[in-house]
Ligand binder design. Structure first.
Ligand code: ATP
Ligand code: MG
Length: 367
């Protein structure tokens, strides 16, 4: 692909601080992409409007977490000089585009979206009590992506059905109104353990809403407590018993985070993760040793992030300034795309000189 035309976009809901699932699923990739510099534009946004769709009773939670997410971004190494960081609700064009996209999607298509199905269930919305805004969030998400003409969207696997639906909307729009919008590509993590990191409780997904997270900002003490209480193999009661790796969160996290270098530093009795896994499955290796190693690995990755965050927290107004500038920059791009969209949809009445001349002629000839 022409690197000039590469536009990267991704976002997170301000429903809590960011956790290691976000890190391995998307954040780590964003920082790498940013540092490689092989793109025309890169946007990262805080999806506050989307967070409100299922936190309607708790606007304060969303408001408070905007700054938390921004701090996590910067602590992980996102650089506002290279990346436009903005807040979703500050871009009114997103609502406008979503409104037009609503005509292109049927209720049954939304009902079939597997992520919507799971998330509706997870949030306990009974029957048809799901808020329309939440139910239709794949549509607003398609607007988030296409308004910035994003080509590349680095996200976790739960977002696959969203991207597919977005691509359908783009095709439908372009078929009806002419080539205007860009079909985005999903960029999933290469490492399969990172596609959807499970929670510390062994549940399918680490998620802010499930309270089973290791946060990037957790202290070393919190991290130790969480790792020590992690779900492993319930059948592995005595050290000498063979352990199972399937669904064992300690090993899944090690798959996502550790390198051979970590063994040299923290567990030199083993060369690499394969050796550790072999010993565990053979029997004779306790969960305690594996958890201690995992703690050391995670603490090694999280310490610099934690320290940078503490520094950043000293100047909160500067973070809001950075966000404000990001919103202005994002808005400029949004306005440009929306002009093109209105033109394609033939609703740009006052810019369309031909239309006015045509109508005037029509009436002149009918005199
Ligand atoms: P919420 O529970 O409020 O939906 P969340 O923890 O699911 O929050 P999101 O803001 O919905 O987080 O997701 C932001 C990004 O992080 C998305 O790209 C998503 O795919 C990715 N992500 C979230 N959780 C995980 C996870 N456990 N493993 C891998 N990627 C994840
Ligand atoms: Mg989510």
């Amino acid at each position: 692909m022409d690197s000039k035309k590469r536009i990267i976009l991704t976002g997170d809901r301000p429903t809590g601080r960011l956790h290691i699932g976000h890190y391995v699923g998307s954040l780590r990739r964003r920082v790498e992409l940013q540092n490689e510099g092989n793109f025309d534009k890169m946007y990262v946004f805080i999806a506050d409007a989307q967070a409100l769709t299922d936190n309607i009773d708790n606007p304060e939670k969303v408001r408070q977490n905007v700054i938390e997410v921004a701090l996590d971004y910067l602590a992980c190494g996102l650089d506002p000089e290279k990346v436009t960081i903005f807040i979703q609700s500050q871009i009114p064009e997103l609502c406008e585009l979503s409104f037009y996209f609503m005509d292109l999607v049927s209720v049954s298509r939304l009902q079939r979206n597997p992520t919507v199905k799971t998330e509706v269930q997870m949030r306990g919305f009974a029957g048809e009590s799901v808020p329309v805004g939440f139910f239709t969030y794949p549509i607003s998400q398609a607007a988030d992506i296409t308004l910035f003409k994003a080509t590349t969207v680095p996200v976790g696997q739960d977002q696959e059905p969203m991207l597919e639906q977005c691509r359908e909307i783009v095709r439908r729009f372009n078929n009806i109104y002419g080539e205007t919008l860009v079909e985005p590509n999903i960029m999933l993590p290469d490492n399969s353990a990172c596609l959807r990191l499970p929670g510390t409780d062994g549940k399918a997904k680490m998620s802010k809403s499930l309270g089973n997270c290791i946060y990037l900002s957790d202290t070393a003490k919190e991290l130790k407590q969480k790792v020590n209480s992690m779900y492993t193999d319930p059948e592995h009661i005595h050290i000498e018993q063979p352990g199972h790796l399937d669904g064992n969160t300690v090993f899944i996290y090690l798959d996502a985070f550790c390198s051979d270098e970590d063994f040299r530093k923290f567990l030199p009795d083993y060369q690499n993760l394969d050796e550790l896994k072999a010993h565990y499955t053979r029997g004779g290796l306790g969960d305690g040793t594996c958890k201690k190693f995992l703690y050391n690995v995670l603490n090694d990755r999280l310490t610099p992030i934690r320290e940078r965050r503490l520094e950043l927290q000293k100047d909160i107004p500067a973070i809001y300034d950075m966000l404000c500038q990001g919103c202005e920059r994002a808005r400029q791009a949004a306005v440009e795309t929306m002009d093109e969209v209105r033109k394609a949809m033939k609703i740009n009445y006052f810019d369309d000189k031909e239309l006015i001349v045509e109508q005037a002629k029509r009436y002149a000839s009918s005199k």
